[in-house]
Design a protein around this ligand. Structure first.
Ligand SMILES: Nc1ncnc2c1ncn2[C@@H]1O[C@H](COP(=O)(O)OP(=O)(O)OP(=O)(O)O)[C@@H](O)[C@H]1O
Ligand SMILES: [Mg+2]
Length: 241
């Protein structure tokens, strides 16, 4: 089964085609990576797939639901962490998690249990009483991602979740995500970093200027694009001799 099916998806802003005719099929129970340079259209695609903005044209089915006709049904079953920071400055870390659970109508007992689990999983226990505005950038990002796991969902969209994280926090997050996928979650994940995609993704799409230029397993992408790099290095060595 596919969690995401997009057909000829377009999004234009005046003269710019931010998303320029994308076709996507993302299988359930996998991590799908979306890789591309600045301005490629990654965040715009996430906003389209999560129904936060309407497409200029195209068809979109999320978890079997027609997303254009039933955006609210879609939003109840997905999670999304956008690229820009979102937090309430005066709330403490634990209160922020708690409030997010309340917003999603998570029953009290489960809410409390999840807050404790997430504080531990995201290494936030030591700073649980700190106000969000006093957190470092990486701590804030960890909280922003942790919060999304307060509620149940079938499909999660993460827009560059590891930006600002130190190597150990990055590894922690990727391993946490892998575990969630084993439990049945599907993840759509954007990044600039190929090694990160390799570590976590089952399939990767490369996007540039609003168009998908390749979709493959990370290994096969490396084989296809990796060989070009080798030739380049070889030529430099020949010139030096
Ligand atoms: N609200 C908007 N109004 C006008 N142009 C926009 C808007 N949102 C995005 N764009 C343009 O669409 C293109 C794609 O932007 P997008 O944010 O999707 O890129 P991205 O791949 O997420 O880049 P980054 O890696 O920097 O986050 C860019 O040229 C951007 O300037
Ligand atoms: Mg972006």
């Amino acid at each position: 089964m596919s969690s995401i099916i997009a057909k000829s998806l377009y999004k234009s802003y005046n003269s710019v085609n931010a998303v320029d005719g994308i076709d996507l099929s993302v299988k359930s129970g996998q991590v799908f990576g979306f890789l591309g340079p600045n301005g490629a259209g990654k965040s715009t695609t996430i906003k389209l797939l999560t129904t936060l903005i309407p497409p200029t044209s195209g068809e979109l089915t999320i978890l079997g639901i027609n997303a254009k006709e039933n955006p609210l049904q879609v939003r109840h079953r997905i999670g999304v962490v956008l690229q820009q920071p979102s937090y309430e400055p005066s709330l403490s870390v634990e209160k922020s998690l708690e409030k997010y659970g309340l917003m999603w109508d998570v029953p009290g007992k489960i809410r409390k249990k999840r807050v404790e689990e997430l504080l531990s999983d995201f290494d936030l226990n030591e700073i649980r009483k700190k106000k969000t505005e006093d957190l470092s950038i990486g701590q804030r990002r960890r909280l922003q991602v942790a919060r999304e796991f307060m509620h149940d969902m079938d499909l999660l969209f993460l827009d560059e979740p590891t930006i600002g994280l130190d190597p150990s926090a990055r590894r922690n997050l990727l391993d946490f995500l892998k575990m969630k996928v084993k439990d049945g979650l599907t993840i759509f994940f954007t990044t600039h970093i190929l090694t990160e995609a390799e570590y976590i993704c089952d399939e990767v799409a490369i996007i540039n200027k609003g168009r998908i230029i390749a979709v493959d397993s990370p290994d096969d992408l490396k084989k296809r694009f990796g060989s070009k790099k080798t030739i380049k290095i070889h030529l430099v060595q020949v010139n030096e001799k």
